[in-house]
Design a protein around this ligand. Structure first.
Ligand code: PMP
Length: 407
């Protein structure tokens, strides 16, 4: 008679493909910022499903909206109109300021949509011969896992053996305009970039970089495409991370939190002058924009707005940041850097002291769910609903784990 943790870990290990190495916690249920495992142990969730659970787990208003829609219709495809898609698009257009919204499911699909749109725009509007369009991407980027997208990843782990890859991408150093200009050519139709590089370890760009990038894109008639799959919808303390930079991109990609912690919902947002390259049958998705997803996403946007979660995020983020800086000072030299914006913080460890994975596993034993990114960074991206008391509890466990590691 095996215990339930071993039972479920065993089944995934036996029947699952080995493309993940999960922390050995079997989640049974969750509510807001708390998670319980199958043996009844309680955890604080500070990684929020890689930043997808901004509303907290099973937000009651989002669940109620889903339940109402489940009495009506869930999946009808875009072959017909629905009573929920239009209102969702209207709301997202108002919030983002973009005239048109193209709904998809996952972040990677919305990124693929952006790539297709940029290339066709480059051909049809800019006159670049079809097949010659180039998109500039940053080293250290993460935009998803499709073969086109990993084709321009700079991470060997994501790409090795998965070629041949789609060409048409040129690299520059994140935050460095000189290297971007050197990589550009007359065939450049777009720059695809994260406002903060999340998976790379929560890397914040140097001040002024995005303004310079914006001016360069405008001067050269190149689309600035902002991938806010992780950064968007309040995570950084503003609705959209581009607001911190004082710029407006030409197109915006959203995902993760757009599904309000319930469903995969993503979107590609742009103005008419860009979105017009899509005509009927040129792009689509069976599930993108389905009636249930639209109902859930619409309610999720209203919750962020009406519960003031974005404003609160800035303040709570400052608090989390300050508390983590305290720990950094106490456990020198274990923590090299604490960086990020809003409730999105990367704690970078001194590699000779500990790996991020070691601390993540100890945190889990202490009742805090986090996740490492690369060898040395632990990410903190809790639901925006987290309280100061829970931040304190999580930071206290973190401090204890750090002190034990130093001993
Ligand atoms: N873009 C960014 C900036 C991301 O952080 C991610 C996921 N971490 C993606 C795209 C891909 O999203 P998905 O996993 O939903 O395909």
């Amino acid at each position: 008679n095996t215990n339930p943790t071993d039972l479920y870990v065993g089944k995934e290990a036996r029947f699952g493909a080995r493309n993940y190495a999960p922390v050995p916690v079997v989640v049974d249920h969750a509510r807001d910022c708390l998670v319980w495992d199958v043996e009844g142990r309680e955890y604080i969730d500070i990684m929020g499903a890689y930043s997808a659970v901004s509303h907290g787990h099973l937000h009651p208003r989002v669940v109620a909206a889903a339940e109402r829609q489940l009495q009506k219709v869930a999946v009808m495809s875009r072959a017909y109109y629905s009573t929920t898609l239009g209102p969702f698009l209207e709301k997202l257009s108002a919030l983002t300021g973009f005239e048109r919204i193209l709904p998809m499911n996952t972040g990677a699909e919305a990124v693929e949509t952006a790539i297709k749109c940029a290339r066709r725009w480059g051909h049809q509007v800019k006159g670049i011969p079809d097949g010659r369009q180039r998109i500039l991407v940053a080293r250290g980027n993460f935009h998803g896992r499709t073969s086109t997208i990993i084709g321009f990843s700079s991470e060997e782990e994501y790409r090795t053996g998965f070629g041949p890859f789609d060409g048409g991408f040129q690299h520059f150093d994140y935050g460095d305009m000189a290297s971007l200009k050197a990589a550009a050519s007359v065939d450049t139709c777009a720059v695809l970039i994260e406002p903060i590089q999340g998976e790379a370890g929560v890397r914040v760009p140097p001040p002024g970089f995005f303004r310079e990038l914006r001016d360069w894109c405008t001067a050269n008639n190149v689309l600035l495409i902002d991938d806010e799959v992780q950064a968007g919808l309040g995570r950084t303390g503003k609705w959209f991370a581009f607001e911190h930079e004082g710029i407006r991109p030409d197109a915006l990609i959203l995902g993760k939190a757009l599904g309000a912690g319930l469903l995969p919902v993503s979107a590609f947002c742009a103005d008419d002058r860009v979105m017009q390259v899509f005509t009927p049958n040129s792009h689509g998705s069976t599930f993108g924009g389905n009636a249930l997803a639209a109902a859930v996403a619409l309610e999720g946007l209203k919750v962020l707005e009406e519960e003031h979660l974005v404003d609160q995020c800035a303040e709570k983020g400052d608090y989390l940041f300050a508390r983590l800086r305290e720990v950094q000072a106490e456990v020198q030299p274990l923590i090299r850097d604490v960086r990020g914006r809003g409730l999105w913080v990367g704690v970078d460890l001194e590699p000779s002291c500990a790996t991020a994975r070691q601390l993540v596993e100890r945190l889990a034993r202490g009742g805090v769910l986090s996740k490492e990114t690369h060898a040395t960074v632990i990410r903190f991206a809790p639901p925006l609903t987290i309280t100061h008391a829970l931040i304190d509890r999580a930071v206290d466990v973190f401090r204890q784990v750090c002190q034990e590691k130093l001993r």
